[in-house]
Design a protein around this ligand. Structure first.
Ligand code: GLA
Length: 669
């Protein structure tokens, strides 16, 4: 889990962190002084500097120009603003790709991706590695002990994939580690299928563009390798920093449920877990999606405080049609992250760029300048975060775990499956939403987690599962846990091979049920179901032909070939209970089912009852956050007298929340 340094070295004496990416290299020096003055006025106490400054620091191979950065860091240090200093290795200068084209990434069709944007590097290129580490070494030596240096920011949003020959060589080395010899590889990849047997390691390549469906295990291993190859590069930079500046925490900014990178493997390699999050204002479920993402980020760090490192004050520039955020939304979204464990709230970026691909991306200081509605909101928010200082470091305890696994995600969404309508992000959100609506705190966990501290564990989908993890889930229920498993789980082994026998083979005993056919449903028709008392509900997209083997069918399909067959089962076994959901129930039905499973587990939410619709309720340490994401005023009963830390006012009996209002209630002693 996250290393020993944690956020407290940052928040000590500062309280919650507030700031953003600062790209002074885009501006003449006289602007820097104005920047720092405005930052102070806004309560900014942390800025991320240098993310895209490689070409400025190293204008030609081997040269170094640190003078400008010395002056920037000096100004910030004098103003008492801490610096999250980036290794600028996410965007190499054009000279690197021009002189060493092998450093540029190659796509699956063999096309080289050129400079002119960013991220143009091959994670397995020795030249890129060497040049990056030389620069990182000099950067660390230059700023070791600098009073502004508070945090290292390695690279940016790692996710680059490359199919070149260097990557192929690194992939082969990785495969030898995993599978031993060629026989092991042939076995794991199932190469007797379609005459794919490899007779020489030199034949083994990344999944490059091919005439038809590519071997799914080759792709699964490739996804594992790509995440690991980036991690290896991250580690190499981090090790240089740790050696030269021990005591300065290291982070790299994650992207929530980002498919290409297995963050369970990455997070333990950081001192602080940080995330970039840009909810889409056009998505009606974005408050739920945000909460899920924040819970994931906190969970990646083992529950320790994390940092929301980048978000937008209003519209981004990279969707086709970029909706702005209404007044008050910036504050609501920021406080939502704080409520869910972030020790601060930072933005991309401080000052809006005049040029470049992100010239229309919102910032803390818009093109129109400080005399604007937006900047006034930014300042007001900076001031109010100071009133929440005591929240820094506080945990968000949860008794419910939701399982999420990257390799299972990769394997599930591989081509050539029964339906591409069943996806991991959708299933996660569907099963998470009823918990969020009830104000039930949730941790995300990998399937190998120790679940003994959780009363309820929800597995929205676990298509791929190892024997050990399936056995642990079984033991969890035997020992008193309540388990809810979503459809099409327990299907494949870690090589992505289908487990034979009635499904889900490794979970059959614990679920007390088994199946024989997966039956995707026509999309234009609901799947009709009913609870045991006859109350109907609809599901969609997916059905399974199951039989109970000790479990009680709590809902059945009511139409077609499956009429009368189980749709949802509950199995009391050992000291616990296991639920299996063999379809995608509509939201209200899944909420009903979740309520029953919570009752089985004896878990309730942050409030005595569910909060009003649209209101999020979450406890961080002693503080109860209530956030109104709805469009109408909401009245929330609170049982204990409390003080709203944001306003200093007293709350007793009922709290009234206007749309987008937030309270942070600390019980009065
Ligand atoms: C991410 C990146 C930033 C910027 C923003 C735009 O957060 O890290 O460099 O591109 O996206 O939304």
């Amino acid at each position: 889990m996250a290393g020993p340094l944690g956020t407290h070295t940052l928040t000590a004496g500062r309280g919650l962190l507030f700031g953003g990416d600062y790209n002074p290299e885009q501006w003449p020096e006289h602007v820097w002084e104005e920047d720092v003055e405005l930052m102070r006025a806004a309560g900014v106490n942390l800025v991320t500097v240098g993310v895209f400054s490689w070409a400025r620091i190293e204008p030609e191979p081997g040269a170094r120009d640190f003078g400008w950065l010395d002056r920037v860091l000096g100004l910030l240090a004098d103003a008492g603003i801490a610096v999250d200093l980036a290794t600028p290795t996410a965007s190499p200068p054009p000279w690197l790709g021009h002189r060493w084209p092998g450093t540029l990434p190659v796509d699956e069709s063999g096309h080289r991706l050129w400079y002119g944007a960013r991220n143009q590097f091959c994670p397995s290129s020795p030249v890129y590695r060497e040049r990056a580490l030389a620069l990182v070494t000099d950067l660390a030596d230059r700023y070791a002990g600098h009073p502004a240096l508070a945090l290292w920011h390695v690279g940016n949003e790692y996710g680059q994939i490359c199919h070149c020959d260097d990557s192929a060589a690194a992939f082969r080395a990785w495969l030898r580690e995993r599978h031993g010899d060629l026989d092991g590889l042939n076995e794991a990849w199932g190469t007797t299928f379609w005459s794919q047997r490899y007779s020489d390691w030199a034949e083994v390549i990344p999944p490059r563009r091919a005439p038809y469906l590519i071997n799914p295990t080759q792709k699964l291993d490739w996804a594992r390798f790509c995440s690991d190859a980036l991690l290896e590069h991250y580690r190499a930079e981090r090790d240089v920093l740790r050696e030269r500046t021990p005591g300065v925490p290291v982070t790299t900014n994650f992207m929530g449920l980002f498919k290409p990178v297995d963050y369970w493997q990455w997070a333990p390699e950081e001192d602080i877990v940080s995330n970039d999050w840009y909810p889409d204002p056009a998505d009606p479920l974005f408050p739920v999606r945000s909460a899920l993402t924040h819970d994931l980020t906190r969970s990646l760090g083992g529950g320790r405080p994390w940092l929301l490192l980048e978000q937008a004050t209003t519209a981004v520039n990279w969707r086709p049609h970029n909706l702005p955020k209404p007044a008050g939304q910036l504050r609501l979204e920021s406080l939502q992250a704080v409520a869910r464990g972030s020790d601060g709230s930072c933005y991309f970026q401080w000052r809006a760029s005049r040029f470049g691909a992100e010239r229309f991306h919102a910032a803390m200081l818009p093109h129109a300048g400080p005399d604007t509605r937006l900047h006034a909101e930014v300042r007001a928010h900076g001031a109010e975060l100071r009133r929440l200082s005591e929240v820094a470091g506080q945990p968000v305890p949860a008794r419910v775990a939701v399982v999420h696994d990257w390799p299972s995600w990769w394997a599930l969404e591989e081509a050539g499956r029964p339906s591409d309508r069943l996806t991991v992000p959708d299933q996660l959100l569907s099963f998470y939403r009823p918990l969020w609506e009830r104000g039930v705190a949730v941790d995300l966990v990998p399937p190998s987690a120790d679940l003994s501290g959780y009363a309820l564990t929800v597995v929205p989908n676990l298509y791929l599962v190892s024997d050990e993890d399936a056995a642990a889930l079984t033991a969890y229920v035997r020992d008193g846990g309540v388990l809810v498993v979503g459809p099409f789980s327990g299907v494949a082994d870690p090589n992505g091979h289908i487990r034979t026998g009635r499904f889900p083979a490794p979970l059959r005993d614990v679920l007390g049920a088994s199946g024989e056919e997966w039956l995707p449903a026509p999309e234009d028709r609901p799947v009709r179901c009913a609870w045991a008392d006859g109350t109907p509900f609809d599901a969609r997209t997916w059905t399974e032909l199951l039989r109970a083997e000790g479990a009680e069918p709590v809902a059945v399909f009511t139409e077609g070939d499956l009429a009368g067959r189980p749709a949802v089962l509950r199995h009391r076994t050992g000291a616990g209970a296991a639920w299996y959901v063999a379809t995608l129930p509509e939201h209200d039905a899944l909420a009903e089912l979740t309520g029953r499973a919570l009752a089985d587990a004896g878990v309730s939410g942050a409030l005595a009852g569910p909060p009003p619709p649209g209101v999020e309720a979450v406890r961080r340490g002693p503080v109860l956050f209530l956030l109104n994401h709805g469009t109408t005023e909401a009245r929330v009963p609170v049982t204990e007298p409390a003080e709203d830390l944001l306003t200093g006012s007293r709350a007793d009996g009922t709290v009234t929340l206007a749309p987008r209002a937030v309270v942070a209630l600390r019980p009065l002693a």
